[in-house]
Design a binder for this molecule. Structure first.
Ligand SMILES: [Zn+2]
Length: 178
């Protein structure tokens, strides 16, 4: 591991500690922004191989302001994100860490419905394309369907997180937080 990678791992440790210490006061928005801000620092790395991780894991999130996704219901437990999704142990691979961080952003941003996947045991996330067409997608096995239950073989369009307005329109219910 090179020195610069180590610097990123250290700065993640600091972030992790801050999140843990403030866990009783943090909102999803704050955790999201703290994680995304850490991700953004990857984009200014000296090493091109580190900057590539930014393109791979974080560019997608540049298009959205978390404040516009203020859902009245939650499909995740904030405690679980702080306690489990942000790993306690030391990760010494920056690529894995970038994937973990991206996973947290995805979890908070993209509405997860209570509609089960027809292939595995996950609930489906809801996304839309540019024409506001709704897609239900599985994080785990890549299964996808339209709102009428018709399976989708291949998604060719870029998909975006749904807004609270779309959630109300389709009366989507959140995945049950255990
Ligand atoms: Zn699945």
């Amino acid at each position: 591991m090179n020195k610069e990678e180590l610097e990123y791992l250290r700065s993640w440790d600091t972030l992790k500690e801050t999140i843990y210490l403030k866990r009783y006061y943090l909102t999803p928005d704050l955790i999201y922004n703290m994680c995304f801000n850490w991700g953004k620092t990857i984009n200014i790395a000296r090493s091109p191989s580190i900057r590539k991780l930014y393109t791979e894991y974080f560019t997608y999130f540049e298009n959205f302001k978390i404040e516009e996704y203020d859902f009245k219901v939650r499909w995740y437990s904030l405690e679980d994100i702080v306690e489990f999704d942000i790993p306690r142990g030391r990760i010494d691979d920056l690529k894995i860490l970038a994937a973990v961080c991206r996973g947290i952003l995805w979890e908070i941003l993209v509405f997860k419905t209570n509609i089960p996947c027809k292939i595995c045991d996950e609930d489906l996330r809801s996304l839309i394309d540019k024409e506001n067409k709704l897609y239900l997608c599985c994080d785990k096995c890549n299964y996808a369907e339209f709102i009428n239950g018709e399976p989708i073989q291949e998604i060719e369009r870029q998909l975006f997180p749904i807004t609270p307005g779309i959630q109300t329109l389709y009366q989507l219910k959140p995945s049950n937080v255990i």
